[in-house]
Design a protein around this ligand. Structure first.
Ligand code: IPE
Ligand code: IPE
Ligand code: MG
Length: 237
């Protein structure tokens, strides 16, 4: 089972308490460890965390810098432990605009953890669903241009195989914290049949208990994928 989480509401969590937004981001980052652990206990085999969107560069420079500093700190502090815990880490998104030292650490962590099997942790940084599709389209067009791919051979599977999530299953469930009812450019293609859960708690308030309730609700749903499934025959992963 693949779960995607749009970790929203850090800023509001802090502002409501009279604190700077960056304190909320810090609090949010400290939720990650618990939620990764809870994921392994809840039967989640792939967890995708939406950490920074292609649109988040529009924020004030000091907030963007603060977020980048937090990623750097997260990578440094968790590098060894993620591997020891048998977690496979993947980064989604275009790393090109990120600082060189961050890119090196990200690539090193992916290489170090590539054979780990407990859970796949995707961290989406400078990720946009549309950007994912644009980059895939460019790769496909280049293959057509150099003769390694025929236009008629482009299928849904081929498109999926050229996205950042190539070889992964689509998210079964996408959770968004903090009450906003939108996807904000998260996995535009991959979410075609994802179940959605919008919850009121902000990301700093998203506990393993709340997570378990959301997963239980998901498991009570019927997924038909456009078909009509006879009562009693439905199975949710
Ligand atoms: C965290 O929440 C998500 C990131 C973009 C890092 P926000 O920073 O969007 O918090 P709100 O929505 O302003 O409360
Ligand atoms: C979505 O949250 C992006 C991440 C959680 C990384 P935003 O707070 O950026 O989304 P909008 O602006 O409310 O749509
Ligand atoms: Mg937000």
């Amino acid at each position: 089972m693949h779960v995607g989480i749009i970790m929203d509401g850090n800023g509001r969590w802090a502002t409501k308490r009279g604190l700077p937004r960056l304190v909320g981001h810090k609090r949010g980052a400290s939720r990650v460890k618990d939620i990764v652990k809870a994921s392994t206990e809840l039967g989640v085999t792939t967890l995708t965390l939406y950490a920074f969107s292609t649109e988040n560069w529009k924020r004030a420079a000091h907030e963007v810098e603060g977020l980048m500093k937090l990623f750097r700190g997260y990578l440094q502090n968790n590098f060894v432990e993620l591997n020891e815990k048998n977690i496979k880490v993947n980064f989604l998104g275009d790393p090109a605009p990120l600082a060189a030292d961050l890119r090196v650490q990200m690539a090193d962590l992916e290489a170090l953890t590539k054979d780990n099997t407990l859970i796949t942790l995707n961290v989406a940084i400078n990720y946009g669903g549309r950007d994912d599709l644009v980059r895939a389209t460019r790769t496909l067009a280049a293959k057509v241009q150099n003769g390694t791919l025929a236009v008629d051979d482009i299928t849904e599977q081929v498109v999926s195989d050229h996205l950042d999530t190539a070889a992964q299953s689509d998210p079964d469930l996408i959770i968004r914290t903090a009450g906003e009812l939108r996807i904000s450019n998260f996995m535009v293609w991959q979410s075609a049949y994802s179940e959605l859960a919008f919850i009121g708690n902000s990301w700093p308030e998203f506990t393993p208990e709340v997570y378990a309730e959301v997963i239980a609700d998901y498991r009570s749903r019927t997924r038909q994928f456009g078909a009509v499934i006879p009562k009693g025959a439905e199975a949710v992963e």
